[in-house]
Each structure stands twice: as C-alpha cells, then as structure tokens.
Design a protein around this ligand. Structure first.
Ligand code: CP
Length: 309
C-alpha cells in the first residue's frame, strides 16, 4: 500500500504532490463510506486519538471527531477553556499527561504558530495540526482543493483567487502551498494592508481590484477578516471593506462565466459575502464541510497506518 512521506501532518509545506493525491484517493473511498446507511468502518479500532483545542472551533473540531468515530477510533476531547491550562499547566505537561493515558495520535489547534512542530519534537505520538495561529491549517487546504477537484474535475491549471485578510490567515497560506503543488494559478486580493509584503515569493500575484480578480478566476475563496488577530485598524471601516472586497450576487451575475465560491467559515454574512451568494448554487461552502470529514478520515487513516507499520 502507498504511504505518506510524513509521520505527522504539521503543514502543507511538508507534503509533496504524491501525498496530496494519496489523501484524495483515500478520501474518495471514505466519501463513499460516509454516504452508506452504515457510515462506519472498523479500521482504527486499536487507535486512540486526543483532540486538543486551545482555540475556538466549530467545523474543524466536530469534523475531526466525526472522522475519528467513523474510523472506529477511541476519542478523547480536550478544550483549554475547561482545563488545567487555566491553572498554569504548560503545553508539554498537558500533552504528556494525556499521552500517559496511551494516546496514539494528537489533533491540535493552538493560537501559537509552530505549536504542532514544537510538540512533534518532544512527544512520540503522531501530530495533526488543526490550525496553528496565523501559520497553517493543512486539513482545511486539503478539503478546499478536494472540493475544487470535485466541482471542476481537476485543480491543475485552474485560476484561484483568495480574497480578504491574507495577512492573518492560516487558510490562505496552506491553500497557497496546496494549490501550487497541484499546478493551479493563484492570485490574492484584499486591502494592501492585509497582504503580506513578500507574498509574491510564494509564486502568487497580487490583485487589489476585486472585479478584475473575479473576471480572471475560476474559483474565489472568500476569507473572513480576522478581527481577533488584529491589534490595530487595517482599513477605515467594515462598510468600506465590504464596498471594495465584498462579493454580492449582482457582481457574480455580471461576470461572463459562473465562478465557484468557497469560504472556510465562519462566514460574516454581509461583510465578505452577502447571503444570496453564500446560499447560491455557485457556493460550495457546505460541500467543503461535507468533504472535510472524508478528507480528515483519509489523513488520520494514512497517518495511523504509519504508526502500525
Ligand atoms: N474553517 C475552520 O477552521 O472553522 P472553525 O474555526 O469553526 O474550525
């Protein structure tokens, strides 16, 4: 059986193109499984997984838990807000205490960039990064590319624009790495203040005119403005941001093609996209969420098979 080139999923930057294709082919199988009347396989009955969330999450946390349960793994959940982290316990002590309960794999979301890499150097379990600060969110990028492949047949050669707060976005960085590996063309679009200075060195181009970006693309991935990661104002007002970088239905209807609209969630309706866009047939936002379970099943299954081998 083919194997991943890595023992942890810490970021897309550690993967190669063959890893991504292996994850997608495995996810195709699991997508078929989760659409059966009995949505469960016994593959990981001997594996215990800890989901450690030091930062809020709805989609990623539920999606990982469902993926793990559908593979029949034993699952324990930890939220920092209700834990002894509040009493001053360190990350390493927290994780080592959890691992002493014989845990094989750790899925972790943490506000600090590089938290997963740090952990992988100190503990024996397989680590899956579920989002580390403004650094990477690898399973989000995998499910995004998987959803483009599902809707458009392939990712290679497609024009993808990532719109919004690129500066604070782990979704943007992981998407750029994943899309590049698969041969897509990428633009980023947003206020100049929310685009990192040397982003072109990653092989993307910058477009500050949203209309031009939409005319160029096959897919627009709309990102939320991450106010929680901002300590200064990056644009004059939300109203002005929406006027320049928000997508509405009228805009889409005046393009000469039907582009695909994506959003990783959570959506700020009426800011980056209007409700009539978010709920339109051009939007694949809920398909992304559905595919997230199959893609995460694939990632966990493939990493667990390396633990067993
Ligand atoms: N897309 C995403 O990471 O959403 P959550 O923050 O709800 O997990």
């Amino acid at each position: 059986m083919s194997q991943l080139s890595v023992n942890h999923l810490l970021g897309i930057k550690y993967l190669n193109e063959a890893d991504i294709q292996l994850i997608f082919e495995t996810a195709d199988h699991f997508k078929e499984v989760i659409n059966r009347p009995i949505k469960k396989v016994p593959s990981l009955r001997d594996i215990t997984i800890a989901n450690l969330f030091f930062e809020n999450s709805t989609r990623t946390k539920l999606s990982f838990e469902l993926a793990e349960k559908r593979l029949s793994a034993d699952v324990i959940n930890f939220s920092a807000a209700q834990s002894s982290v509040k009493k001053g316990e360190t990350l390493i002590d927290t994780v080592n205490n959890i691992l002493s309960m014989k845990v094989d794999m750790v899925v972790m979301r943490h506000p600090n960039p590089g938290a997963g890499v740090f952990l992988s150097r100190h503990i024996g379990a397989s680590i899956v990064n579920a989002g580390d600060g403004a650094h990477e969110h690898p399973t989000q990028a995998l499910l995004d590319s998987y959803s483009i492949r599902e809707r458009l047949g392939d990712v290679a050669g497609k024009n993808v624009v990532i719109v919004g707060d690129i500066l604070h976005s782990r979704v943007a960085l992981s998407n750029i790495f994943a899309l590049k590996l698969q041969g897509a063309n990428i633009k980023v679009c947003g206020p100049k203040t929310l685009i990192p200075k040397h982003i072109e060195s990653l092989g993307v181009t910058v477009e500050t005119d949203l209309r031009k970006a939409l005319e160029w693309c096959d897919v627009a991935n709309m990102l939320r403005v991450q106010n929680e990661r901002m300590d200064i104002s990056y644009f004059p007002s939300t109203r002005e941001y929406t006027q320049q970088f928000g997508v509405n239905k009228n805009m889409l209807d005046t393009l000469d093609k039907e582009i695909v609209i994506m959003h990783p969630g959570p959506i700020n309706r009426g800011v980056e996209i209007t409700s009539d866009v978010a709920d339109s047939k051009q939007a694949i936002i809920l398909n992304q969420v559905e595919n997230g379970v199959a893609v995460r099943m694939a990632v966990i299954y493939l990493l667990a098979s390396k633990i067993k081998s």
